[in-house]
Write a protein that binds this ligand. Structure first.
Ligand SMILES: Nc1ncnc2c1ncn2[C@@H]1O[C@H](COP(=O)(O)OP(=O)(O)OP(=O)(O)O)[C@@H](O)[C@H]1O
Length: 285
């Protein structure tokens, strides 16, 4: 499903959570939605899933507004970092309710995940540990097979092996049947290899949207004297640069080999580093 974000703003009283952002998510892909605390990620995902209204601008999904739109909401599954389910429901009833709601619901997958995460179908949600509740959220998100599946920090309390399992199954499912998965996380290093496209929000603005492959293969951090680095940058698209004691480090779109040939110190930029670098500079700017 095509997602068009047009001049989207959200204000909570005087707080501009989203500031006039525009972009498109054209294809089913795994998108990483990244940003510091308070950047606006949850607000964006809440508007996208039709839970709250924008203050200005709009999101269109295949040309329609998701708010109060039954046809669209059964195509969107949002799993948050907790409080996804009513506490007095049993696990099996949670699954039943969601299976009625989502037309593409995959009961076999739901059962396999329940087994994988050792969840008891007869346990009430209120008796689950934080990690178990997260596992139930992941189960619902994946088994919904919703064409737009959104995970907003979905794994509070979930241990590392369980998170790994989640990534593996998400990727298997995605490879078997492509869908739009929007994934927001602070554990970027852990998941960044899954992302096909990365979006970074900073203080309500979109500061980067790029394919991960381009970020991985075509962005480099080059360091050297200010003169050397500036000379290298002359015909490059610069992401960011900083100077310290006569030396300069620049993040650029460019080729490692070319920079090496010019005697510069060159490193790849992990997505997590790029995020930190970009959002450090912009904070309060
Ligand atoms: N219901 C609300 N009422 C008032 N302000 C809100 C509300 N929800 C979010 N905000 C504010 O909007 C801004 C964006 O918050 P949001 O939760 O979207 O950020 P986030 O990127 O998801 O952050 P985090 O990574 O910490 O979850 C923050 O300044 C936050 O305080």
């Amino acid at each position: 499903m095509k997602i068009e974000v047009r001049n989207l703003s959200k204000k909570y009283k005087d707080n501009h959570a989203l500031k006039n952002i525009s972009f498109n998510l054209e294809e089913p892909k795994i998108y990483g939605l990244l940003g510091r605390n308070g950047a606006g990620k949850t607000t964006f995902m809440d508007i996208l899933s039709g839970q709250i209204l924008a203050s200005d601008g709009q999101i269109l999904i295949d040309g329609e507004n998701p708010f109060d739109n039954q046809r669209l909401t059964e195509s969107i599954c949002l799993i948050k970092e907790g409080h996804n389910f009513r506490k007095d429901l049993k696990v099996k009833n949670v699954l039943k309710i969601y299976s009625f709601f989502y037309p593409n619901w995959d009961q076999d997958l739901a059962e396999a995940l329940i087994k994988e995460y050792n969840l008891n179908l007869n346990s009430k949600v209120k008796t689950l540990s934080k990690g178990m509740e997260s596992a139930l959220g992941i189960t619902v998100g994946l088994a919904s097979k919703a064409p737009i599946t959104i995970f907003d920090e979905p794994y509070i309390g979930l241990d590392a092996p369980s998170r790994k399992k989640f990534y593996e199954i998400m990727l298997e499912e995605y490879q078997a049947e492509k869908r739009t998965i929007i994934f927001s996380t602070h554990l970027i290093d852990e998941v960044s290899l899954l992302f096909e496209e990365v979006l970074i929000l900073q203080e309500g603005s979109l500061i980067l949207q790029e394919e991960s492959e381009i970020l991985r293969d075509n962005t480099v951090a080059v360091s050297g004297t200010i003169e050397e680095v500036e000379a290298f940058l002359s015909d490059k698209e610069v992401i960011e640069k900083k100077q310290l004691a006569g030396m300069m480090t620049a993040y650029v779109y460019g080729n490692m080999e070319e920079a090496k040939m010019q005697g510069l110190h060159v490193e790849g930029i992990p997505i997590q580093e790029l995020m930190i670098y970009l959002t450090e500079r912009k904070k309060g700017a």
